[in-house]
Design a protein around this ligand. Sequence first.
Ligand SMILES: CCCCCCCC/C=C\C=C\CC(=O)SCCNC(=O)CCNC(=O)[C@H](O)C(C)(C)COP(=O)(O)OP(=O)(O)OC[C@H]1O[C@@H](n2cnc3c(N)ncnc32)[C@H](O)[C@@H]1OP(=O)(O)O
Length: 661
Amino acid sequence: MSGADIREFSRPMTGPALVPLIDAIEAGEKPVVAAIEGMALGGGLELALGCHYRIAHSKAQLGLPEVTLGLIPAAGGTQRLPRLIGFPAALDMIITGRRVSAGDALKLGIVDQVTERNAGEVAVAFARSVVDCPLVSRRLSTWPPLCPADLDNILQMALARAWQRGRGALAPVACVQAVQAARLPYSQGMQQEQKLMSMLFASPQARALQYCFFSQRAVGKWSMPNGACWDNSTARPIRKAAVIGLGTMGRGIAVCLVLAGIPVIAMETDEKQLEAARRVVMALLEKEVQKLAVGLHLGLIHFTLEQRYLREVDLVIEAVFEDLALKKQLFAELSSVCHPDTLLCTNTSQLDVDQLATATSRPDLVVGMHFFAPANKIKLLEVVFTSRSSPEAVATAMQLGKWLGKVSVAVANCPGFVGNRMLRPYVEQAGFLLEEGATPEQVDSALEHFGLAMGVFRMSDLSGLDVGWRVRKAAGLTGPGVPQGQLLQTQQGYRYSPLADLICQKGRLGQKTGCGWYLYEGPGGHMARPDPWVHAFLEEYRRVHGLQPRSIGQQEVLERCLFALINEGFRVLEDRIVMDPVALDVIYVLGYGWPAHTGGPMYYAGEVGLPRVLGRLEYYQRVHPDIPHLRPSALLRQLVAKGSPPIHKWMWHIEEGSSRL
Ligand SMILES: CCCCCCCC/C=C\C=C\CC(=O)SCCNC(=O)CCNC(=O)[C@H](O)C(C)(C)COP(=O)(O)OP(=O)(O)OC[C@H]1O[C@@H](n2cnc3c(N)ncnc32)[C@H](O)[C@@H]1OP(=O)(O)O
């Protein structure tokens, strides 16, 4: 039972109310035993908590995920669970919304018994054994709260954690407040629970989070401009896969495959690199085995330097260095080494997948699989199809993503695909803001206050500043042969900030070198501190270029960075790189730390109001006519002219024939 029908939350509710129903079950004179198979989530677990006993199948999972929908468990969950398992454990489950296994539920005391057999049959037998036992001690609502001496402290810490995790989300904080009310008599606690739920139920945040829930499922129903789609294309089985190139990304991808139970050939060309990868991958896998407490066959992975093992695989994911010539050469080699039916996938974040496909004997079996670092943690996968990718190849990559526990989004090939394409104008604005007088910490703090997991400069330091530097060099924006001096601030006819290039030239490549936009405790450090060197460098830069620094407010930072990113999102839609704006929102929420409680950049634009987004872009464009990314997209203008229709109708307004595919 996966709880309430989430779709019902935006419609008038029908049927009996859950709270009195659960209260009636609990107050009944006959013992009621909950038999839990599969899932007991949200209202499903709350119903089970109202029963007198709970028996779970060993594969069952239990949880209160309401927080992820912008809500609290409001059918007594916040009042019964702390009474049953204590405040600390209940707070943890309710604030995070995480699911626990039946085994853990037994240890926590949520269930009375775990069985390998049919839970219903075991529950009936159990009910017979307790039929004469008094029920008075089995009614959780009558239990006194388990208040430890340091409860105030525990609640305080939980509140701090909720603020920190929530990044502006209301529900985690409301969860703590509701659980806190479990120290009161049950009826008073329930009143508080209902009050908090009423506040959240109709909130924009809850609507946005529920939109995220359905968006993450909607992208599974992919389609391509040629009419191929999820329900007319068949995925191939993947009996064995290979990962070539065992740097950070390759290692993470190999771990994902093994965890999904897929045998893997892990290949490198250098013995030392292979050994280093073996150590890291095996350590990661052993950690997962301990964490998940599951048996995992570590022999599923075979490390090798020899290409001959590639003959046996159904699919290859290459994750070698991000260099087009190198990847093309590898793809050409794979064409002769691998079976003619083997799918060739490239884990690139921005290289032209069409060009890679032409280097092979089977362009129809080539797709991009853009994983996000760390590949074994981040849930997003961009599946990049070219004009020649076969529906079967796309279906297989999408399905593989699902097996790996990812949300796969199908996107057409274009520079930067979706995520990195939209990121470019955002990063660019941040650089301009530094030129105009802001500091990295001012920009980051505005973005983090908005709810992004990490500000743009912190994020760049984490990813490594050389990544973007390499891309800019390849695009001819910087590097040897590009005009220097006063012209530095204009490239290819438009405004260009060379600040990031200059920082890289100083050897400041981010966390890995111990300094970038911030200072770290040493190479590989994570604690970002404002760096006086960067401040002096920015002052000197502005002086040399005759730039008068001005005070820049939080609103300008947000509007310039976020609206530029959203504007590019509209261009992505115009180009039909994806079929729907929900794809952009899923990519940003899962891959780029965009706050889920705002729905994603495109949903957020709709909430702010398209006329406002357009108006502010027009304003900034007038002030900065040399920044093309601030020029409002045709689609945005068109949508405003049509009265700003809701997000699910945006694609109706794209002119036929505008596709670049
Ligand atoms: C003014 C005050 C009013 C107060 C009202 C108070 C009312 C209080 C009473 C009760 C409140 C209860 C709160 C809740 O129960 S909230 C719901 C909590 N449950 C969840 O969040 C679970 C959500 N679902 C999942 O996590 C997964 O779907 C899972 C169940 C684990 C299954 O995963 P998987 O096998 O990967 O399958 P999919 O996720 O693809 O789902 C398959 C299709 O089912 C749809 N689905 C799943 N769960 C729900 C749901 N709870 N409601 C509606 N639809 C759901 C999902 O969208 C997929 O459909 P489709 O393929 O069409 O997209």
